[in-house]
Design a protein. Structure first.
Length: 236
């Protein structure tokens, strides 16, 4: 796994598949997603590069329940000071209380999905301490929850205006500098409507569940895609 510094206060842990992000704040570290099962040591390594331990992580926010995002949530939930957050529609799936909604794959997605999911273990059930809703604010982080249903029923983006960071989850993806609708959605039309919500959110750094983050002027690609006449959906 690779650790990428995006800013002095922001790091990305790149897995295969899945990405996790660490953002330092005044009270510790926010972790957005965990990657697949077994990513905990790499996340701890990113913390060590800051001179921090596992006890520095105060918040784990899951953008949705998929195993490439919540795969290490059960492990990290056992770290000393972590509170775990997920949207109320996905929280029961994270806890293992019910199965998640299946993706309605297009013909173009089927081969890619088979490649991505091959060998990907299911996420073990994990504790969720706080269930989130649209427009909810995590005041101690200055973070705003943006519901983006369609990828999963409880998918979210997380917007931190003061920090200038947007975490999109999988409602959007980056490919060669372009921003696209993320694949593997349970409700594609709903996902397209959610994708358009991202055009309203200003950020200096845009962090995707898959693809390279956009920094500075490059973030305009998100606004252009979200406000385009047709949502960019090459696999649709």
């Amino acid at each position: 796994m690779e650790i990428v510094e995006l800013r002095p206060d922001l790091r990305m842990v790149v897995g295969a598949p899945g990405q996790a992000y660490l953002l330092r704040h005044s009270g510790g570290v926010l972790l957005v997603d965990t990657g697949r099962m077994g990513t905990g040591d790499a996340i701890a390594g990113a913390l060590r590069e800051w001179g921090l331990g596992r006890d520095a992580v105060t918040h784990l926010v899951l953008t949705h329940w998929h195993a490439d995002h919540a795969g290490s949530a059960a492990e990290i939930a056992g770290w000393p000071n972590v509170r775990v957050f997920a949207h109320r529609a996905d929280a029961p799936v994270v806890r293992g209380e019910r199965a998640g909604a299946e993706a309605m794959l297009t013909p173009a997605e089927r081969t890619l999905h088979a490649q991505v999911s091959d060998g990907l273990p299911d996420a073990p059930p994990a504790r969720v301490d706080h269930e989130l809703d649209d427009a909810q604010t995590l005041a101690d982080l200055g973070a705003h929850v943006v519901a983006t249903p369609g990828h999963t029923p409880g998918s979210i983006a997380l917007h931190l205006p003061a920090a200038g960071v947007l975490f999109t989850g999988d409602i959007a993806a980056e490919h060669d500098g372009a921003v696209l609708l993320g694949p593997f959605n349970c409700d594609r039309e709903l996902a397209k409507r959610s994708f358009r919500r991202l055009g309203e959110l200003a950020a200096d750094v845009v962090c995707f569940g898959h693809g390279r983050p956009l920094l500075g002027a490059a973030t305009s690609a998100l606004r252009l895609a979200a406000t385009a006449r047709t949502v960019p959906d090459p696999l649709g």
